[in-house]
Design a protein around this ligand. Sequence first.
Ligand code: GCU
Length: 675
Amino acid sequence: SLSFFLTFGVVVAETGINAWLRIVALNTSANSPVDTAGAELQKGISSIFGKNLTIASHSSSSASIVVGTVSEYASAYGQSPKTPQLENDGFWLNTTGPSVQILGQNERGALYGAFEYLSMLAQGNFSKVAYASNPAAPVRWVNQWDNLDGSIERGYGGKSIFFTNGLVVNTTDRVSQYARLLASIGINGVVVNNVNANSSLLSPTNVAGLGRLADAFRPYGVQVGIALDFASPTEGLVYGNLSTYDPLDAGVISWWQNVTGTLYRTVPDFGGYLVKADSEGQPGPLTDNRTLADGANLFANALKPHGGILMFRAFVYNDMINETDWKADRANAAVDFFSGLDGKFADNVIIQIKYGPIDFQVREPTSPLFAYLQNTSTAIELEVTQEYLGQQCHLVYLPPLWKTVLDFDLRKNHQPSLVRNIITGKRFNRPLGGSAAVVNVGLNDTWLGSHLSMSNLYAYGRLAWNWADDPQAILQDWTRLTFSPDPTVIQTITNLSMSSWPAYENYTGNLGIQTLTDILYTHFGPNPASQDGNGWGQWTRADGKTIGMDRTVSNGTGFSGQYPQEIMEMYENITTTPDNLVLWFHHVNYTHQLHSGETVIQHFYNAHYAGADTAQTFVTQWEGLQGKIDAERYNETLFRLTFQAGHSIVWRDAITGFYHNLSGVSDTQGRLKNH
Ligand code: GCU
């Protein structure tokens, strides 16, 4: 914007930018990531400084911005650049010389370096730097839960950008924009369709359509993958109709080899498959008494000759369990199902594990499967789409939640075992690994359905590059780039965002009881009664006197025994279990006293009032930004925050009223009336 330009216009003279004559994009071919990097630098410098640079493809001695791969640089300039060792997708950025050097280990790395440099300039950072930056892990993917009819499962930003009426879209402009968005934050793969996949994506027309999508993603270095329906061979839609989908059946094996070969002929740089099997009614290898490893390896072996990977979801559980069984526990499912399979997976398989053992709840302990799989590559699965977390109608900045899991030390074999070092492959020396986030952008102009929720997508990319990065610092970069460098804007959006997840936890569900939302259908709004008596196993076991799941080995479901010893001991014992997970691991009286000194029930009351009080301040804080950001985004965000403030009171009153009635324990502060 104009004001952005004026802010920085003053300093242009000191930055050396006036001395630049051109951009050199080294030896590019059209639509390659280096070609894109050149075009992005040209566009960015023109919009930040109003200076139009031309793009050349060959070396020159005059001052310029040079972007390309390390090896192209060496052949163009006749000498290797003095860079530290770079890993796949990594880059070297050097602004200390007369020319700026942006050199990638590969083409993608060069593009990431260009975006990093532009991000610095756009934030008014003209410091002289020379450093290498390498990603934490090779797999930095997003998943879209788009259905072929154009709807999106758990999507809150409009219809699919990929599909309509059972087919891949014809026009891919919006897809290119998504590719650009993803590349700017270091994301290198996208699964374009729903985990509850439909085999008609494999039809010849749709495979040609996937070719169009890949053509749109390729210039940005984003590989396309798809989710598969395990039973596809028996569905008669493509390549004949088999009578079985048994992963060890020769006909099934060659059926998948055919499908995979066809895909790679259309999309030579295809990324791989994502498979949800034997979960929530989906078919899988267990139907034929094969193991999950047999099922995963079927696809991994078909992909192997082409260089693809198989993301196999650990979200495997039985959704018809019985609450009258005190020992039944959905949280046990992942480790139970994968038990005995560590080391049995092909080396291009990655087990994709949701951060907690249940399902993207507001607070969960770390999934113990991260510690269980030592000889198998793993990735963490996060959700940018706010399924249980307000569905983009509530501001909830998620990285602090994600960090509770990524920074958690599982103490495997009594050694430091941070989850972030497990998924990157460092802890157990695995060659593959990383992360996937369910994003679910749609056709809505805001992509996700609200302006502020985009900070979650931005932060996901930044963290997938470097899990040790600081959520607040990331948020502030995003705010400067998205809204304004004005300190009031930054301070306000920081205050709102950093207090949003704690507030949401307070006014929805606390002490590890999960969100208390309607878990049967909408996953939106309060419905504590729906938590019990269902087959899904998201239970609270609340009655008139007691609440919580006993997940101890000594008296409960045994879940705590799935952790390495030190962690198991911490959760097994109520005196060492942190308050924020006490009802996850223990079944207690409402009058049980927490470490904080409050009783469980009084904590419920107080937290719900405190959370709703915080949400009320979001509106007034935001109103302080009137005139400091454009009216459109100001008003749309004000509308959302006003809704959130009101809905937080609905939550507060529904939950406190429900437990007040159930327990009959009065509120020491007299806020609740007896009915
Ligand atoms: C959640 C979500 C489903 C989704 C499932 C999954 O249960 O509500 O819509 O299919 O997760 O991750 O597979």
